[in-house]
Design a protein around this ligand. Structure first.
Ligand SMILES: [Zn+2]
Length: 93
């Protein structure tokens, strides 16, 4: 049997490693715009958050996403992230 390697990525808030698909991905498109990527397949450079609201707060405060992607993060992107995390919390996962 071939063991599949699970791609791991680091959360920018808590700095822990998680399986890529459990993380929320913020992607910078080749055009330089930021968006949330729910399928993990959008082209471009990604930054990851594990979905805890405190990690979002930490990443926001330390500008970790800006530093990881090299672009300014618009307020809307943080708002989308907040909404996404609230939704995930509501589903109890
Ligand atoms: Zn985290």
């Amino acid at each position: 049997m071939v063991q599949k390697k699970i791609p791991m990525r680091q959360c920018l808030g808590c700095r822990e490693m998680f399986p890529k698909r459990e993380l929320i991905r913020v992607v910078r498109s080749p055009e330089g715009t930021l968006s949330l990527d729910f399928k993990g397949k959008a082209p471009g450079r990604g930054a990851y958050l594990c979905g805890k609201s405190e990690c979002l707060k930490k990443a926001r405060k330390s500008r970790a996403i800006e530093r990881a992607l090299g672009v300014a993060v618009p307020e809307e992107v943080y708002e989308q992230l907040e909404q996404q995390m609230e939704q995930e919390g509501a589903h109890g996962e």
